[in-house]
Design a protein around this ligand. Structure first.
Ligand SMILES: [Mg+2]
Length: 306
């Protein structure tokens, strides 16, 4: 159950509904097929990323018109006639987004507000393209302090659809296949050698596995997307190490997972042990990486990484 008494109940309720419908959009495209494109930085983007982001932005604007929205996709050059037609047909089939102007509403960068939403329409696009793990992440912060997040993982550990939520100081929760929300907490694993470690399927660096060898870790989960943070938050895994590039670390990628892990009792820091901060669209983490853990083994991980 989610409490109606908490400070950001309205934002949380809206974000749950939005991320729930958004995952119907991504799954619709997964079934009917989708066009993929290459962005300027060589990373992939699909028409489903656009359809999802446009829907999410419109729904947030409808309910919180003076808030600022920081969303990942900002290049509408792929939104040609055919792309718009295919997005309309998705919205029509799902019976959503009747008032949305698809050509106009990819971004909403023109205003500044202390109330900022972050949107990652598909996190783990490579996983999505291959039919593997991906996630949809929404975050909300005030003066750069995270307040709520929602993460939908449509294919979570073969359970089906999982929706993860967190509200600052009110804990983290999960709902599987639209059941009731129940509280989450991190694992109580206290032996680093026996810990289960998450790492990236498509974006890893040699120092991550060098660390694992030094720590004698032998138990791994390798998946795409911010679902790795979800696995730390629900105790499926005990630590996650992510290589970070300072200039390409964005709030939409890291705000939802960071808040979710912290509210489930975990710790998220850089390799020096400094907490992760956000500033507009940036995640202010120092290179070379980020650690999310169940808190108990955090200091030992930091020591082994030095
Ligand atoms: Mg994305």
């Amino acid at each position: 159950m989610i409490s109606t008494e908490t400070p950001y109940y309205m934002e949380l309720k809206a974000a749950i509904e939005i991320v729930n419908t958004a995952s119907k959009i991504t799954e619709w495209f997964r079934q009917v097929g989708f066009q993929s494109y290459q962005k300027e930085d060589d990373s992939p983007v699909t028409i489903a990323d656009y359809a999802t982001q446009i829907f999410i932005i419109n729904k947030i604007m409808e309910q919180f018109p003076s808030d600022q929205i920081i969303a990942e996709e900002d290049d509408n050059s792929f939104l040609n006639h055919d792309a718009r037609k295919s997005i309309s047909s998705c919205y029509e089939t799902l019976n959503i987004g009747e008032n949305i102007d698809i050509g106009k509403s990819l971004m909403k960068k023109d205003k500044y507000s202390e109330r900022q939403w972050t949107v990652d329409p598909i996190d783990g696009t490579k996983g999505y393209q291959k039919g593997l793990s991906y996630a949809i992440g929404i975050g909300f912060m005030i003066k750069s302090n995270p307040k709520i997040c929602t993460i939908s993982v449509p294919n979570y550990k073969k359970f089906g659809k999982a929706i993860f939520i967190a509200e600052k100081d009110n804990g983290s929760k999960i709902a599987i296949n639209n059941s009731e929300f129940i509280s989450l907490s991190v694992s109580n694993q206290s032996y680093l050698k026996q810990a289960k470690m998450c790492h990236s399927l498509h974006y890893d660096e040699p120092w991550v596995m060098d660390f694992a060898a030094r720590a004698e870790i032998t138990n791994f989960v390798q998946i795409d997307s911010m679902a790795k943070f979800c696995m730390i938050a629900d105790g499926t895994a005990d630590l996650y190490i992510k290589p970070m590039n300072k200039s390409r670390s964005f709030a939409w990628d890291f705000l939802p997972g960071t808040l979710l892990v912290q509210e489930a009792g975990g710790t998220v820091s850089d390799l020096q042990g400094n907490r992760i901060e956000f500033n507009d669209d940036k995640c202010m983490v120092s290179a070379p990486g980020l650690i999310a853990s169940n808190s108990i083994i955090h200091d030992e991980i930091l020591k082994k990484l030095r």
